[in-house]
Ligand binder design. Sequence first.
Ligand code: NAD
Length: 475
Amino acid sequence: MIEYDKIYINGEWVTPSGEGTSHLINPATEEVFATVPMSFPEDVDKAAKAAREAFIPWSQTPAVERKAYIDAICAKLKERKDEMASLISQEMGIPVHFALGIQVLGPISGLKIFGNLAETMDEVKEHEEGYITVKEAIGVCSFITPWNFPLFQVIAKVGPALAAGCTCILKPSEQTPLSTYIFAQVCDEVGLPPGVFNLLPGKGSMIGDELSSHPEIDLVSFTGSTEVGVDVAKSAANTVKRVCQELGGKSAFIIAEDAPIEKATKYVVKDSMFNSGQMCVQLSRIFVHESQYEEALAVAKKVSERLVVGDPTSTDTFLGPLSSMKARASVTKMIDDALANGARLVTGGSELPEGIDKGAFVRPTILGDVTNDMPIARNEVFGPVLCFIPYKDEAEAIRLANDSDFGLSSGVWAESKETQMRIARQLRAGQVKVNGPAFSFAAPFGGYKMSGNGREWGASGLIEYTEEKAILTGA
Ligand code: NAD
């Protein structure tokens, strides 16, 4: 059993201001394997004051020194990569072999990029019109992160904040705080000045409002559901904080009429079943020309049925359990409701996968005969469930793809460059993946519409944490 009883404020491991514990349950075994303390509003106040105190000296630390701290954090995190991959797998179910790459090493490479960008903070731009502009750190930042990519989402926020010269207060998801404990230990070991990074594990319902409304906090960055993201923005409004929101999605993938249907379908099924489909960027609405529709469903069925569901510690496993039994209940209800609404079950369904009798496992599920107005095509499922929707022509595919409250990711598979770009330019989403690229830790990432505001990762991610100052000089 892993047991923590302290939180990290002002460079020290301290006892929280109240009593309360989160019990972490491994969704594969349904057993408690760790306990972590809760934080309280008084702890937010202490952390905010410490972060305020630390802000001016940290923001004035030469960029090259901030880069050196970030590089040292990357090196120490790498040393503990296997431990973090295993913890994340136990917390939320992803197979360990996938966790190592996408949940641990990938984000560390993204953190390295932020370290390299720190020096861009020193740039002074002289403008022909006779003034100069500089970038400065925005100040004290609070972060509220979800469970589906525990370290990844933390680095997307803490990385650019540290590079810019901001100070940080992090509240990770109560389901997945363990890798953030390692992150805090590493910050401590590399000697990050007290108050620059503070860790407050616990529940959003207990400290979320304080993290969004505290007057000493200048920016709140939230990743999670659209519903909670709206509450965070409302709480932040009275103190006119900058609010960054990375919210839900219902992303579309268009297979163009000229695309190799087998290759495109195989790609989208594997990509979208990754992390058991628990991805804000999941390409969950797949638009296929009516002439290729049945063929696409047959390929999707074959590919899905070959994906191994089961033990997250096995390297053969593609899908571990969902993050919790509650998540399983929600996803299986959505599958059953979709079938009741007229969707066709091509493969999968709400029963436990064959040979499994406990845990939050869900069969990879392919639904045919879905129309874009069904709830299953409009609401985020957050599970291994894909909707296939036929279209008559390209204009209809684009119209249906854009007919969504969300606009986070999207994808297209097409043979000709012209078709790829024509479709990509018309999709109303923050990213378009053309013909199956890997995730980029340098490219801007963020949503249109109700998927959020602002951008994370790379140079655009750094800008979120800066203010632009104009210096105008008289005679
Ligand atoms: P969630 O909204 O339930 O929780 C996210 C975080 O908010 C957690 O830390 C939680 O403790 C906290 N929280 C809960 N209530 C709060 C409140 N009243 N005030 C402040 N904070 C509160 O989301 P989740 O279930 O952890 O994650 C899944 C959601 O996250 C999905 O909708 C998914 O699309 C979204 N997501 C978005 C992105 C993105 O980059 N756009 C990335 C990953 C996940």
